[in-house]
Design a protein. Structure first.
Ligand code: WT7
Length: 663
């Protein structure tokens, strides 16, 4: 018997996804040409390395860590006292030093570190030496404003090089950065700044998005009314629109940089020194501040990047993720720069001025490695092949995906229309919590099957298990767990270690529970079936349905809300909100629906906007008062309500909910 997931999502998806993937028989072996120059060039070599790492993980990770610069070598590789891990104990290093300083003497000094294109079409290139200089200057700016080791700094900017400069400068000094995605609202800023008790905010006046100027500074101004910990704000001028600057508190980036010296030593930091906090959604309560530390994170982010993307010195590498998400932290900034890569970075929307923008940039910049999300791939499929076919994509040699399961048909399109059947596709599974890629093909070694992230990386021990921790049989659905700590594992939830224990270490004894349902096929390939908790993946971004519910209930007219996901062709999941209104108040009108959707966008950000609002007189509940989300999910998905409804308190409700379907 497969285990019964806590909530219905994975179970609901399991039937259909297992059915569809079992039909998936296609296998794509690495071409001889690709394997010939790959870092790991055969499946046998991967398996050898994997077994070696399993036999002696500390030895494996110690060898990997030895590839990077340490001011002082560690005394002990790892220490595990469940649920807390420490890595490279007694060692000191600096992630920024590894990302920049080491290249100044390695022959990469004048190599392009960043090639950047703004949405309006402006371009900038920065060599390692130039980027190093900017980061040193900005480190001095931070120091002068009282920022040092251990302080938390919130960063809220669009995709400009200065965002990378700001985070690298924090890392250089040992200040812990807390990047807040530029699409979040001022309320989300308040929560994250206060939870981290950030001393400073670094922001931009605004950002370009789909031809519009988005004002970021005004969101900061609104947030700063409720954030007592913030002393200074540094504002980078990007769009040039009018902003208000609070005397004494707000400073222009360019003014401070003009006065800053360009020498600043990187601080030797303990391997376990906090590098960053990044907030992500959980199934309940407020967002979780995922804490990552210095040494272990650095080692796995850099090493996984080199292995999975088979990085070569002449690659031009593009990961389309925003730096506001973990993918941007690990695979736009830290991993690639530590490896001395040339990183391409783009500011704006994929369809501005039209759906050819990405392909035009690949052609013009001769991009060789392209890493994006399935939701983007599905949007490109919908936009039509004519946009792709206008451009020369022959520079590409490797493709990657991340963020959610990629359906085999989208995989095939990516492989064929973009990769012209010559680029391996690495489907990479990981999480904000894991810090780096955990499950992924190695492009010169692993035979690919569309729709699976294949096998774990060397040093990473994952399995699919039952609730009691016993392994599932081949193709049997279960819980995806990590059985042993790994260097870039989150260390805790910032300020809430109890929640950390409960969230990741209490479901399955002795193992890290990922929250994902999965199955393992007879070749040991992992097929992700989706979340088993009330977390949904909308367009590759994780949202807790409870957060959206709280936002709705915060509206004056709403009494109660239940938010569930339904499958969506483009976004993976779409949000459906079932809402009951306060009595004697407003009528359930179309205008009110719009108002509620916009209200959520204001409270959390546009990504959280429910796709559908359904007003109802009551929500289906158990006798103990728990909302029966499974029923709502079935209704939202347009399906019949199947399964057990005996615990439902009022049977009439289901009928009413059905009738409300079509308005
Ligand atoms: C959740 C983590 C890691 C960066 C982006 C998302 C889902 C992620 C895959 C993949 C199937 C995937 C999982 C995971 N997910 N990558 N290749 N195949 N599912 O980070 O916001 O922390 O979300 O995204 O459900 O648990 P995140």
């Amino acid at each position: 018997m497969p285990p019964k997931p806590k909530n219905g999502d994975a179970a609901r998806n399991a039937a259909t996804s297992i059915e569809s993937v079992l039909k998936e028989k296609r296998v794509f072996k690495p071409s001889k040409a690709f394997a010939a120059t790959a870092h790991i060039s055969s499946f046998a070599a991967y398996e050898r390395l994997y077994k070696l790492a399993e036999k002696n993980p500390d030895k494996y990770w110690s060898d990997v860590a030895g590839k990077y610069h340490w001011f002082k070598k560690w005394k002990k590789v790892s220490l595990w006292k469940e649920p807390h891990a420490k890595w490279f104990l007694g060692g000191t290093t600096n992630v920024c030093y590894n990302a920049l300083d080491v290249h100044l003497t390695s022959g990469r000094k004048n190599k392009a570190a960043l090639i950047w294109e703004g949405e309006p079409g402006d371009e900038r290139t920065m060599t390692y030496s130039q980027l190093h200089r900017e980061v040193c200057k900005f480190s001095n700016v931070l120091k002068k404003r009282g920022i040092g080791k251990g302080d938390r700094v919130a960063i809220y900017m669009g995709m400009v090089p200065e965002l990378a400069i700001a985070m690298l400068a924090c890392a250089r000094l040992g200040a812990t950065h807390n990047i807040i995605f530029g699409g979040f609202s001022s309320q989300a800023l308040v929560d994250r700044i206060n939870d981290a008790k950030a001393k400073m905010v670094i922001c931009a006046d605004g950002a370009f998005r789909r031809g519009q100027k988005i004002n970021l500074k005004s969101a900061v101004d609104a947030a700063l009314k409720d954030t007592p910990s913030v002393e200074n704000v540094i504002v980078y001028q990007r769009t040039g629109e009018t902003v208000t600057m609070a005397e004494g508190r707000d400073h222009w980036w360019h003014d401070l940089m003009n006065l800053a010296g360009d020498h600043c030593d990187a601080e030797p930091l303990d391997a376990e020194h906090p590098l960053f906090i990044l907030y992500t959604s959980g199934s309940t309560g407020k967002p979780k501040g995922i804490l990552h530390t210095t040494g272990g994170y650095m080692v796995h982010a850099a090493n996984s990047h080199r292995m999975v993307f088979d990085l070569k010195d002449d690659d031009i590498y593009w990961c389309t993720a925003d730096i506001g998400w973990v993918t941007g932290h690990s695979y736009v900034v830290y991993g690639p720069l530590i490896n001395g890569a040339t990183v391409f970075m783009y500011e704006g929307a994929p369809n501005y001025p039209d759906w050819g923008r990405f392909w035009s940039m690949i052609q013009r910049h001769r991009i060789t490695i392209f890493y994006t999300a399935p939701t983007a791939i599905r949007a490109f499929i919908r936009a039509g092949d004519e946009w792709v076919n206008k451009f020369d994509l022959s520079s590409l040699r490797l493709l990657g995906t991340v963020g959610e399961p990629i359906n085999p048909e989208a995989w095939m399109w990516y492989y064929t229309a973009i990769g012209k059947k010559k680029c391996p596709v690495v489907d990479t599974w990981w999480q904000t919590e894991t810090g780096g890629i955990m499950i992924s093909p190695l492009p010169g070694a692993t035979p690919l099957k569309p729709g699976t992230a294949t096998r774990p990386l060397p040093g990473i021990s994952v399995d699919v298990v039952h609730k009691d921790g016993t392994p599932c049989k081949a193709n049997e659905g279960g819980f995806l767990v990590v059985k042993r700590p790994w260097p870039s594992m989150l260390r805790t939830i910032y300020g809430d270690d109890e929640r950390y224990k409960k969230q990741y270490w209490s479901d399955i004894a002795g193992m890290y529970f990922t929250g994902d349902g999965a199955r393992k096929d007879k070749d040991g390939y992992i097929w992700i079936m989706g979340r088993v908790d009330d977390v949904v993946n909308v367009a590759g971004h994780r949202l807790g349905t409870s957060e959206v519910e709280s936002a709705l209930v915060a509206h004056a007219r709403v009494a109660e809300a239940a938010v569930v996901a339904k499958p969506d062709e483009l976004k993976g999941s779409a949000l459906v909100a079932f809402v009951t209104l306060k009595s004697g108040g407003a009528n359930p009108t179309l205008e009110l629906k719009e108002e509620l959707r916009n209200h959520v966008a204001r409270e959390i950000g546009p990504i959280a906007k429910p796709d559908e609002i359904r007003f109802t007189e009551a929500l289906p509940k158990t006798r103990s008062g728990k909302i029966m989300r499974r029923l709502l999910r079935e209704l939202a998905g347009g399906g019949e309500v199947k399964g057990d409804v005996t615990t439902l308190e009022d049977f009439g409700i289901l009928e009413k909910l059905r009738q409300n379907d079509d308005d």
